[in-house]
Design a protein around this ligand. Structure first.
Ligand SMILES: Cc1ncc(COP(=O)(O)O)c(C=O)c1O
Length: 386
């Protein structure tokens, strides 16, 4: 057996053991674990992609992404995210995943430290480790609804800290950070001269008027933030693998060194579909979010009726993060028993770091209303019998 490269430290990107067990099991499991939209991609996006293919847009194109798409993305960010990037400060990527890989590779050296707010998104850790750096976990506090607190983060800063990683709206907690919370993070980043890598994949999935604020729009943050977005969740385009990042011109050269060496550029005709998504009718997006809201309301209402569980309504994302500490059981045990005894697959909050212990992450965006209702019936029966 050949020897693996030393940088291969992380064995899995996901809790594949749980998936394997779940998929291997016969019967009618309801899957509330994968963060995958249930809807189909809106028709006009598919049509634009097919038209581009028919028109012969099948060759190499701009390494940074189609210029017309980058212009549209910069305009969208100016409109919705209160930022002022030019098209030259945008890179189109293969999903948010490639954007984050580029950010970690371009701004972390061996021995550097990147602070993750926990509960965190585990897939970021593997990439930080591939860059030779170390993920340092700042546990946020369940009692405060996992709000950003200066003391909890500042305590984790060392002379090796180069970066803070933010997910806003947050997977798994569903929190949409307020401007004041983001200002706390911005102050820390400026005082300690840190880069902020901001994962905003759920920016458009917010509820009850919660306003998503891009940290790059705060004073002094443009030159130290890499903001990452994707078509993945909001346009139900997860399988298309399409996202983008925005960063100050002085950072773009370093980021391009990673993306061009890695994949050259994103598929040409698919970028035409992305252009249709970003410039097309907004009602498709509104319908998708309305569906998520309806399922969120059902999940939260039903979870709060289960003995041993409580669930605050998430302000964004497609996840409910239910607090099951009252059961006195570890989250992994409850998740495993829900799978074995109720046929419902959810994720243990502890998968997102120790701060998530005592919670279950339930993806209400992954099923239709009827399946979700059935899952909630099964969970109710399980919690009643605990
Ligand atoms: C916080 C977060 N970042 C990134 C991703 C991956 O995004 P993409 O599929 O666009 O690479 C996900 C997907 O679940 C996510 O939840």
């Amino acid at each position: 057996m050949p020897r693996f490269a030393r940088r291969i430290t992380q064995t899995s990107a996901k809790d594949f053991g749980m998936f394997a067990r779940a998929y291997g099991r016969p019967g009618d499991l309801i899957h509330l674990e994968l963060g995958r939209p249930i809807e189909d991609t809106p028709a006009h996006i598919k049509e634009a992609t097919i038209a581009a293919l028919r028109a012969g847009h099948v060759h190499y194109s701009d390494l940074q992404g189609l210029p017309e798409l980058r212009h549209a993305l910069a305009a969208k960010m100016a409109r919705e995210n209160d930022t002022n990037y030019s098209a030259d400060e945008v890179i189109v990527t293969n999903g948010l995943t490639q954007a984050s890989f580029a950010a970690f590779m371009a701004f972390l050296d061996a021995g550097d430290e990147a602070i993750l707010l926990a509960p965190y998104y585990p897939q970021h850790i593997g990439k930080i480790e591939l860059a030779g750096a170390r993920a340092v976990i700042a546990d946020l506090d369940a009692e405060n609804g996992f709000a950003i607190r200066r003391d909890l983060i500042e305590a984790r800063i060392t002379p090796r800290t180069r970066m803070i990683v933010l997910i806003n709206p947050c997977n798994p907690t569903g929190r949409v950070y307020s401007r004041d919370e983001l200002q706390v993070l911005a102050d820390l980043a400026i005082e300690h001269d840190l880069v902020v890598v901001s994962d905003e994949v759920y920016e458009r999935i917010t509820f009850d008027g919660a306003a998503h604020v891009s940290i790059a729009s705060l004073p002094g943050m443009r030159e130290r933030t890499i903001t990452m977005f994707a078509f993945t969740k909001a346009y139900a385009m997860d399988g298309w693998r399409l996202g983008w990042l925005a960063a100050d011109q002085r950072m773009i050269g370093a980021l391009m060194k990673i993306t061009t060496n890695e994949v050259t550029h994103v598929n040409t005709f698919i970028q035409h579909g992305a252009l249709a998504a970003i410039t097309g009718p907004g009602d498709a997006l509104a319908d998708l979010v309305a569906g998520d809201r309806e399922r969120r309301d059902l999940a939260v209402r039903r979870l709060n009726q289960m003995p041993g569980a409580t669930c605050a309504a998430p302000q964004g994302t497609i996840y409910a993060f239910a607090d099951i500490r009252a059961t006195g059981l570890p989250a992994q045990v409850v998740a495993q028993r829900l799978l074995d005894e109720a046929g419902v697959v959810v994720e243990a909050g502890s998968f997102y770091g120790a701060a998530g212990e005592g919670h279950l992450r339930i993806c209400f965006g992954a099923v239709d209303l009827a399946q979700l209702s059935q899952a909630m019936d099964r969970m109710q029966g399980f919690f009643n019998a605990l």
